[in-house]
Ligand binder design. Structure first.
Ligand SMILES: Nc1ncnc2c1ncn2[C@@H]1O[C@H](COP(=O)(O)OP(=O)(O)OP(=O)(O)O)[C@@H](O)[C@H]1O
Length: 280
């Protein structure tokens, strides 16, 4: 099957420190890849490499078969939509105007909107249930509504790949599920960073687990999320069983178990909880 995204040996460094260190993976059409790992692992930096916010020190990226170095920004904007963590630039715009921005990669400088464009915006706003709030200023929306507004912009953009940096951040449990269900139904290829491993297991086809800039493993949630691996990376003991609703892996972490919490996380030794039955 043709790959929508191919990342080969991606490396990005600052002051000789490799923040993203020789990462390779590919993404199939319609697949959802979740990037997981501890704070500071390099997840956001990896995403920024993907949409060319950061210049690579080494490696290359192909999007729909074309090398990123050989295409212009407009091609990237047509193929890749991004929902980043910070969106200050759209704060004072109305919901309609933010969603309208999704048309820009497909327009020439002097092109006017036609009826199809307006229909597309209307459909996208209805899909995320924000049509009634079209004239509201973006910054006055709730966190969940802001995420939905940015997803509507991505729908209008009609990309092949949607990249989202922690899309469930600051959302309550209802909106966490709503956002992830919504983007999964769009039938796009998705790359998302996500801290909640249970949500990642439920909504992602594959996970890329990273730490200190490197890939620890890439696999399906069922194969990747093992007690041993999670202990090694997060320094916490856990039980891995199954979510009774979805059958996806369910992870329950123990408390920290550390006598001295002032020790840096990467120097901590994981203390196993005695007597825990683990299905992995
Ligand atoms: N522009 C930069 N200059 C210097 N260091 C940077 C830069 N961007 C990121 N870093 C460093 O790279 C490391 C990885 O940061 P990044 O934000 O990619 O991690 P993350 O896995 O997304 O973390 P979190 O889960 O906390 O959001 C951090 O130590 C960070 O300080």
């Amino acid at each position: 099957m043709a790959m929508v995204l191919e990342a080969n040996n991606l490396t990005w460094q600052v002051d000789n420190k490799k923040i993203v260190d020789q990462i390779s993976f590919s993404l199939k059409k319609g697949e959802t890849l979740g990037i997981v790992g501890p704070n500071g692992a390099g997840k956001t930096s990896l995403l920024k490499c993907l949409y060319r916010g950061y210049p690579l020190s080494d490696g290359d990226i192909k999007i729909t078969g074309k090398n990123l170095g050989d295409v212009d920004r407009k091609y990237i904007a047509q193929k890749v939509a991004v929902v980043a963590q910070h969106h200050d630039s759209v704060f004072d715009l109305t919901v309609f105007d933010v969603v309208h921005m999704g048309l820009l990669p497909h327009k020439g400088l002097f092109d006017r909107d036609n009826s199809e464009d307006l229909q597309l915006i209307e459909l996208a706003l209805k899909k995320v249930d924000l049509f009634e709030k079209s004239t509201q200023i973006f910054k006055t929306l709730s966190g969940g509504e802001q995420q939905r507004c940015l997803i509507a912009r991505a729908i209008v953009q009609r990309p092949s790949i949607l990249i989202m940096d922690e899309p469930t951040n600051h959302l309550d449990v209802f909106y966490q599920h709503q956002i992830l269900e919504l983007v999964n139904k769009l039938e796009l290829s998705l790359v998302i960073t996500i801290h909640d491993l249970n949500l990642a297991a439920q909504y992602c086809d594959r996970l890329l687990l990273m730490a200190e800039g490197k890939v620890i493993a890439i696999d399906t949630p069922e194969k990747l999320l093992t007690r041993e691996r999670l202990q090694q990376v997060f320094k916490l003991d856990c039980i891995v069983d199954k979510n009774p609703f979805t059958e996806s892996p369910r992870i329950t972490f123990s408390g920290t178990n550390f006598a001295d919490l002032t020790v840096e996380p990467d120097k901590r030794e994981c203390v196993k909880t005695v007597g825990i039955k683990n299905e992995n």
